[in-house]
Design a protein around this ligand. Structure first.
Ligand code: DGJ
Length: 723
């Protein structure tokens, strides 16, 4: 260590030799030490350093910790990269060779090239700053400059060392109908690994994002916190390594277990982007950074308001027919909706799509159900003043389908094994012919029905059978699948830039910044029960902005939980995300339709705040204190929407008074309740309060009396306007 410090001091004294590389955003700084001939190391990541403080780090006693450690020549430690050279050598000795900087319109890109001391092999570590979003991302380009292949056994996107001081982590787990649940725990000594090898739905059982609260328990508003998101649609691994040292490390990358990669001579391999953000304002500060970054760079059509839609799934499931679709269009148009989406069930010729075990792959309209085709539905939607959307699941095939009969070798299956008999198989996207087929599914639909405005792109299976009839090297399957998927999506986006596309995968299986750039939003969960959605959408909000989170009103009793929650509560829950309906509208009463119509009108007025505003989480649904609450504020703090839900109820319950956040303390705000159903207005209705008062004291939402908030499932949506 002493030696390192004295070399660094020497290097700092020699202005011509750059060693300390600083990368800043508006409020944060990352300092790397890139001494030529030494491994790349990280010296600091935290709040903005100014006036030479980056160099003062050395005097503060900070250590430079290797940030792309390689296998084979050091004592046991968590490694970011390990390879096998053609002669069998398993050691890698990467030393910094050169540093390059370039600016781009949103910040800077730092490229540090490290080369092996003996073999023709190098790694370029990239660090890209997104200045105003206070986000930095890292990834590597691994280059085999030799002629013979090198085996990549581990190839993380990045490694982030952090100084330990009672670190806690927040990560996300789940399964079908219980997506994105928050898990908070103290980081303990050893290695914690989160691995996802679904291959397709990579955010259903675990998420590739994590928060690290550096100084004790996670706090919504205070304390140094790092958020990290691996932006990749395939298999991944997150590792937290906490040795008996002052520093722990966080690693993220493609899960190498089933993905050893043979890097041919002269081949370059680029690892997925790992984005991270630091805030002193706790979890909330990091979330807001990620939301701004996601909205600006990682979503399709980031500045376009999302349409209010009715989706046919929970209304009719696969019982699609022209009359039923028209009825739904009529109803949603009457309620003020803007888009109608026909879900599963509309396709198939030889095999009608009446069950989930057949027909995927046969993307021709089922004339028995829709005698006048999709064209007529698009036309009808236009007549009702709506846009039209359609569901497809193009990465999949059923054994019972014309596609499978024609191309059995297009499905993933392992040689010499009996097929698993699953309800559907995953197509082999490594095969360019399959890629063409999938592109054509979309292209044909769009060319034949030019008015289609929206596609719900579903994917309801994993890579179950690990075998590609096309690939020579089976351990490349996961990686080539996602390269193939990216090719298809790039072609679709190039030809149909304005199309809205939703990412769905058994519900919330594709909530990931690696896939979202091609999509406008993701479906959060097949479970639309509003109580479970409070927790799931709370979890998604750690990294994803409301504009990306598909959030619908469904029928009661809920089809999965059986819970009967009042329509007002179901609406108020759904309004906090990208709002829509998913219900058999013809069964709704006039009063219910009228309430939906009022809520839709209100959503149109607050949509810009929910979809583009800053999120402040106020009271967690997991706290068990009877209330869950959050709010969105416009960037200029001139408007805000406050959501308050009471998911359970006890008579004479004492509820917490929720303090607001994110307002201008100096300004006055007038309060009005949206689509109130109580006969009696809240005391605060029409009154104004200073932002300071609302943030220091909050408002009392009645917990006793005649208001419906007295019962279980009370909910309020308040609009705040700066005077
Ligand atoms: C799973 C999706 O999550 C649902 O919303 C629905 O589209 C079904 N698939 C259709 O099969």
């Amino acid at each position: 260590m002493k030696r390192l410090l004295s070399i660094a001091a020497l290097l700092l004294a020699c202005p011509f030799l750059r060693a300390v590389e600083v990368i800043n955003t508006d409020n944060t700084t990352l300092v790397l030490n890139a001494v030529k001939g030494k491994p790349i190391a990280q010296l600091y990541y935290g709040s903005l350093l100014i006036n030479g403080e980056a160099e003062a780090l050395w005097n503060s006693g900070s250590s430079a910790i290797e940030c792309y450690p390689a296998h084979g020549l050091k004592e046991d430690r968590e490694e970011a990269i390990s390879v096998i050279f053609p002669d069998g050598n398993v050691t890698l000795d990467l030393r910094v060779e050169s540093v390059r900087r370039q600016s781009w319109e949103g910040g800077e890109i730092l490229e540090i090239t490290s080369r092996d001391t003996y073999y023709p092999f190098s790694v370029i570590s990239y660090y890209k700053s997104y200045r105003t979003e206070n986000t930095i991302s890292t990834w590597t380009e691994i280059i085999n400059d030799g002629k013979k292949s090198v085996e990549l056994c581990r190839f993380d996107s990045g490694c982030l060392p952090f100084r330990v001081n009672d670190p806690w982590i927040s990560t996300f787990y789940g399964k079908w109908a219980n997506d994105c649940r928050l898990n908070e725990e103290a980081l303990v000594h050893g290695t914690k690994v989160i691995r996802n090898r679904d291959g397709v739905r990579n955010s259903q059982t675990s998420h590739s994002e994590a928060m690290i609260s550096l100084d004790g328990r996670p706090n919504e508003n205070f304390g140094p916190t790092i958020g990290a998101a691996l932006c990749y649609s395939g298999n991944y691994e997150l590792r937290f390594n906490y040795p008996c040292e002052e520093y722990a490390t966080f690693h993220a990358g493609i899960c190498p277990e089933d993905s050893h990669y043979t890097l041919s001579g002269n081949e370059h391999f680029t690892t997925p982007e790992l984005a991270f953000s630091f805030s002193k304002e706790g979890l909330g500060g990091v979330s807001r950074n990620f939301h701004r970054w996601g909205r600006k760079y990682k979503l399709a059509h980031p500045s376009v308001e999302r349409k209010i839609l009715l989706n046919s799934w929970e209304g009719v499931f696969r019982n699609v027919n022209e009359e039923g679709m028209e009825q739904m269009m009529n109803d949603i148009a009457q309620m003020g909706g803007e888009l109608f989406v026909m879900d599963d069930g509309w396709f198939g010729d030889k095999y009608p799509r009446d069950t989930d075990r057949s027909t995927l792959g046969d993307w021709m309209v089922d004339r028995r159900k829709l005698p006048h085709g999709i064209g007529r539905l698009v036309e009808m939607a236009g007549e009702y003043g709506l846009k039209f959307g359609i569901w497809i699941e193009p990465e999949m095939v059923c054994e019972k389908s014309e596609l499978y009969e024609k191309h059995p070798d297009w499905a993933l299956k392992a040689a010499n094994r009996e097929p698993s008999g699953s309800r559907q198989m995953t197509l082999d996207l490594s095969n360019p012919k399959v890629q063409d087929f999938i592109f054509d599914v979309v292209d044909d639909l769009m060319r034949e029905n030019p008015g289609i405005d929206y596609i719900k792109w579903d994917a309801n299976a994993a890579i179950e059978e690990h075998g590609s009839p096309y690939l020579k090297n089976q351990s490349h399957l996961y990686i080539e699948y996602h390269r193939g998927l990216a090719n298809v999506l790039n072609r679709i986006r190039a030809k149909y830039p304005d199309l809205t596309i939703q990412a769905c995968a058994s519900g919330g299986g594709r909530a990931n910044y690696g896939i979202l750039p091609w999509f406008d939003d993701f479906w959060c969960s097949d479970n639309i029960d509003p109580i479970q959605r409070l927790s799931m959408q709370w979890g998604e909000s750690y990294f994803y902005p409301a504009i990306a989170i598909g959030s619908h009103v469904a029928a009661a009793p809920n089809r999965i939980t059986g819970r009967v929650a009042p329509l007002k509560f179901r609406i108020d829950m759904a309004l906090s995300g990208r709002f829509g309906l998913e219900i058999l509208t013809k069964k709704m009463t006039d009063d219910e339709k009228a309430l939906c119509a009022r809520a839709i009108e209100d959503y149109k007025a607050i949509r810009h705040i929910v979809q583009f505003g800053d999120l402040y989480r106020l009271n967690s649904p997991e706290d068990g204190d009877g209330v869950s609450s959050l709010m969105y504020c416009t960037e200029d703090k001139s408007e805000a929407v406050f959501f308050w839900w009471k998911p359970v109820g006890f008579r004479q319950e004492i509820l917490p008074r929720v303090k607001m956040n994110g307002l201008d303390p100096q300004a006055n705000y007038r309060i009005s309740e949206l689509h109130r159903t109580d006969a009696k207005a809240l005391k605060c209705e029409g009154k104004s309060f200073s932002g300071r008062f609302l943030m220091d004291n909050g408002l009392d939402i009645p917990s006793a009396g005649k208001n419906d908030a007295d019962l279980a499932y009370g909910s309020r949506v308040l609009y705040l306007e700066r005077l």
